[in-house]
Write a protein that binds this ligand. Structure first.
Ligand SMILES: Nc1ncnc2c1ncn2[C@@H]1O[C@H](COP(=O)(O)OP(=O)(O)O)[C@@H](O)[C@H]1O
Ligand SMILES: Cc1ncc(Cc2csc(CCOP(=O)(O)OP(=O)(O)O)c2C)c(N)n1
Ligand SMILES: [Mg+2]
Length: 570
């Protein structure tokens, strides 16, 4: 504090907190330890919400999905070296999925790292982070903290969002400077993610191509969900009359029950469409790279692509009408262009899509009514489908193989940004980090539908969920193993197959260990009632859903990606 003789002073601890608060950061997802424990105590004391995890990967995943949900960078803080490394998978996953997050890690002093003198948790973290994220910065002087935080925020959310690493050597925190000078060094970011308008020529070109379509299709990707341009997207779909196909985390942008949704006719529309409009969706492995039998006759497709990243165009196949800009600006420009004259797609196309969709829904319906016990995936997911339909506000977290692939098609979503899953990388372990941040950021109930293997990657965070008393209901689809629970050791030896777990285990007891609710269910009806009760109570709940170990298939729907040996028999 200031006295007449001495000017007021501030320090690195305070400047980091001030810089984050000045830029609207409210929540920190962390694992404490040297050199950030005091920083976290101070941050909490100054009104930031500090959510403390059991493993940095989960804190990082929480920050990443917080970024996806809020369009502000989620902030994860870790200790140096091992804590930093544990956060890297989440930082890389955020960058791959275009989620804005900032990983802030304490680190050793440069002079010790550069001479490799063996400090406590010594590592050249900045160099290691750089290839895995969108941008990486280090701060050596307290007066640079303000500009560094501003740079990190803008790097995370501008253009294609992604992960940013900010390296803070321990001695930075205790550096002292004049408080007034410190205040002047802070930077409040202006227009961090500016609208990026498409060129009029590119809009005209895209409209020309679209007008010539006989069987057009709109594919909505998680970029379209992230953009929060929901009304503009709805207008494009409904004004154009074009069928739409939502990618996993774009489900709910328009309800899956929307008359123009082609979700239940995915194979047909990908094969038969002639002009495809990609809206914030990459033509990567999830869309078979825009090639092969998924897409019908070679050369039978014309692609229009809306994306904020110009280099995404032609990544896999030629894009005849690239629209580079932000989703809202591009979609609104297209809709405005249609107002000057637009003919909806031929009824034979929209009719054929609807007919196929209705037929597929009718074929699936009886499977979802299955009351078999032990449950199969369809019966269990039929019950959860009803819960989500009755509770459209709830957020749904989903990971696993069969548990993921079947839930994606069976559980309809009714509102935007409610389905949060493994995304582009198909990474296991996002579950509990996503569930915590979904509850913290939205204040809404969260339903996490987890394969038993997937749950195991982040399961220790049930204690975190209990500690903050979060409204999270975890359903573990317990089929005793990875993909199935039936694999056996081919030698007949005492070791179990590497693909199976302790049979008939009770994950619900884990939640009870920390004061949450644990329930064991063996029928879809019991599952429906237990989840409904959990959502009503808002209490941390884990439901152990017993699934028939025979019910699954190897790797869910992507078994074809597995290499097979040509020389080994059987
Ligand atoms: N605000 C935005 N405006 C335009 N494009 C965006 C925006 N945010 C993200 N994107 C783009 O959206 C795309 C998301 O693609 P992807 O992650 O493959 O979605 P999905 O897996 O749902 O198909 C990325 O290429 C990214 O550059
Ligand atoms: C970080 C990481 N390590 C391993 C893997 C490989 C994998 C993909 S899916 C999966 C778990 C499937 O078993 P689960 O029980 O969850 O689901 P179900 O089919 O319903 O039984 C693994 C281990 C991935 N994707 N990421
Ligand atoms: Mg399993």
């Amino acid at each position: 504090a200031a006295t007449d003789a001495e000017p007021a002073l501030t320090d690195g601890f305070q400047l980091v907190i001030d810089a984050l608060k000045l830029n609207g950061i409210e929540n920190l997802y962390v694992v404490p330890g040297i050199p950030i424990s005091d920083l976290l105590r101070m941050a909490q004391g100054e009104g930031l919400r500090v959510i403390s995890f059991r493993h940095e990967q989960n804190a990082g995943n929480a920050a990443a999905i917080a970024g996806f949900l809020t369009k502000k960078p989620g902030v994860c803080m870790t200790v140096s070296a091992p804590g930093f490394l544990n956060g890297l998978t989440a930082l890389a996953n955020a960058t791959t999925n275009c989620f804005p997050m900032i990983l802030i890690s304490g680190s050793s002093e440069r002079e010790i790292v550069d001479l490799q003198q063996g400090d406590y948790e010594e590592m050249d973290q900045l160099a290691i982070a750089k290839p895995l994220c969108k941008a990486a910065f280090r701060v050596l002087h307290a007066q640079d903290i303000g500009i560094a935080v501003a740079r990190a925020i803008r790097a995370a959310v501008s253009g294609r969002p992604g992960g940013v690493y900010l390296d803070l050597p321990a001695k930075l925190f205790s550096q002292v400077m004049d408080a007034a000078e410190g205040a002047r060094s802070l930077v409040k970011v202006v227009d961090a993610a500016p609208a990026q308008l498409p060129s009029p020529d590119s809009v005209a070109r895209a409209l020309e191509v679209l007008k010539g379509a006989k069987r057009p299709l709109i594919i909505l990707g998680k970029g379209a969900a992230y953009a929060q341009a929901d009304e503009a997207v709805r207008e494009l779909v409904e004004k154009s009359g074009i069928p739409f196909l939502p990618m996993s985390m774009a489900k709910g942008l328009l309800p899956d029950t929307h008359p123009q949704s082609a979700g239940a006719a995915r194979s047909m529309v990908l094969k038969d469409a002639d002009v495809v409009v990609l809206v914030g969706a990459r033509l990567n492995w999830l869309l078979s790279h825009g090639k092969g039998k998924t897409w019908g006759e070679p050369g039978s497709k014309t692609f229009i692509q809306i994306d904020i990243e110009p280099r995404e165009m032609d990544s896999n196949v030629a894009i005849v009408a690239p629209l580079v800009g932000d989703i809202g600006s591009c979609v609104s420009a297209l809709t405005a262009g249609m107002a000057k004259g637009w003919t909806p797609p031929p009824a034979e196309w929209t009719g054929a899509v609807s007919a196929r969709k209705e037929a597929n829904i009718a074929k699936m319906a009886p499977k979802l009514m299955s009351n078999a016990s032990p449950m199969n995936f369809h019966g269990a997911l039929g019950a959860l489908r009803r819960v989500v339909q009755e509770r459209p506000e709830a957020l749904l977290v989903n990971e696993g193989a069969n548990t993921l692939d079947l839930a994606r098609g069976i559980i309809d979503m009714h509102q935007p940004r409610k389905r949060l899953d493994v995304g582009t990388w198909g990474v296991m372990g996002i579950g509990m980090g996503f569930a915590v941040a979904a509850a913290v950021e939205s204040g809404k109930p969260v339903l996490a539908v987890e394969g038993d293997s997937a749950f195991g990657f982040s399961g220790m965070e049930v204690e975190t969920i209990c500690r903050y008393n979060l409204p999270v209901c975890i359903v573990v689809f317990n089929n005793n193993g990875i993909y199935k629970g039936t694999d056996v050791n081919p030698t007949g030896g005492s070791d179990p197959s590497p693909m199976v777990f302790v049979p008939d285990s009770r994950y619900d007891k884990m939640m009870e260990a920390f004061g949450g609710e644990g329930v064991n269910v063996t029928t879809p009806d019991e599952l429906y009632r237990a989840v409904s009760a959990a959502m009503d109570s808002g209490r941390p709940t884990l439901i152990n859903a017993v699934i028939d170990p025979n019910a699954g298939s190897e790797s869910g729907n992507i078994g074809s990606l597995n290499p097979t040996s040509a020389v080994r028999k059987g």
